[in-house]
Design a protein around this ligand. Structure first.
Ligand code: NYM
Ligand code: MG
Length: 209
C-alpha cells in the first residue's frame, strides 16, 4: 500500500484556504482516495484551547510563548500525521508551520528563531500559498473578528510569506486575485496531478523550511 500525500494550503486570513481545502477533500473523496482534513491551529486540544482564547483576545500571552504554543500544537499531532499518511490516507492541511513563521515574524520576532521549533516535523509533499492582496482580503465577510485581522498586520504577514517563498522554492504560489473558487480549484488540482500519478518516497521527519 502506498502512503498518503501531505498537502498544505497556506495564505493570509480570508484568502479562501478553508474553501479550497473543502473542495480538494470532496474531489479526492469522489475519486476514491482515502483523505482527511486537518486544520492548524487545531483548537480542540488543550493547547489548541489556549491558542483559541489568545486569538479571541480573551487572554494575553508573551509573543514567544504563543509562538511556541502554535508549534507545540503541531508537534502534539505529528505522530498522528505520520500514522495517517503511512496508513494510506492523504492529509489536506489548512495552514501549517509556514503560518507559524509568517505571523510571528509579522509581530517582530526573528525569522530564524521562528523556524526553529518546527524543525523536524513531517515534511509536506506539496505546499500552496494562496496569494491575495491584503486590501482585497479585508473586503471579505467576517474580516477583523480575530487577533491579527487588520490591514497593517496582514501586510506584514504577507511580507514574511514572500521571504518564505524566496527561501523555499518548493512552495507553490497561486495568485487568487479575481479568480473564482472553481478556477482556483482547477489550478490546485492541475498542480497536484504529477504527484498523484507518481509513487511516493517514504515519509521522512525532516527539516522543511
Ligand atoms: N496562526 C496560525 C499563527 O499565528 N501561527 C500558526 O502557527 C498558525 C497555524 O492563527 N490568523 C494564526 C493565523 C490566523 C489564526 O487561523 C487562526 P485560522 O486559519 O484563521 O483559523
Ligand atoms: Mg482567520
Amino acid at each position: 500500500m502506498s502512503r498518503g500525500l501531505f498537502i498544505v494550503v497556506e495564505g493570509l486570513d480570508r484568502t479562501g484556504k478553508s474553501t479550497q481545502c473543502a473542495q480538494l477533500l470532496n474531489h479526492f473523496t469522489a475519486s476514491g482516495r482515502k483523505v482527511t482534513l486537518m486544520k492548524f491551529p487545531d483548537r480542540t486540544t488543550n493547547i489548541g484551547q489556549m491558542i483559541n482564547s489568545y486569538l479571541q483576545s480573551k487572554t494575553e500571552l508573551n509573543d514567544h510563548a504563543i509562538h511556541l504554543l502554535f508549534s507545540a500544537n503541531r508537534w502534539e499531532l505529528s505522530q498522528h500525521i505520520v500514522d495517517t499518511l503511512n496508513g494510506g490516507t492523504t492529509i489536506i492541511a489548512d495552514r501549517y508551520a509556514y503560518s507559524g513563521v509568517a505571523y510571528s515574524v509579522a509581530k517582530g520576532l526573528n525569522y530564524n528563531y521562528c523556524k526553529n521549533p518546527d524543525k523536524g516535523l513531517p515534511k509536506p509533499d506539496k505546499v500552496f500559498f494562496l496569494d491575495l492582496p491584503p486590501l482585497l482580503a479585508q473586503q471579505r465577510e467576517d474580516y477583523g473578528e480575530e487577533r491579527y485581522e487588520s490591514l497593517e498586520i496582514q501586510t506584514r504577514v504577507r511580507s514574511a510569506f514572500v521571504q518564505l517563498l524566496q527561501d523555499n522554492q518548493y512552495i507553490h504560489k497561486l495568485d487568487v486575485t479575481r479568480q473564482s473558487i472553481e478556477s482556483v480549484h482547477q489550478a490546485l488540482k492541475q498542480e497536484l496531478t504529477p504527484l498523484l500519478e507518481s509513487s511516493q518516497e517514504p515519509l521522512r521527519h525532516t527539516l522543511f523550511m
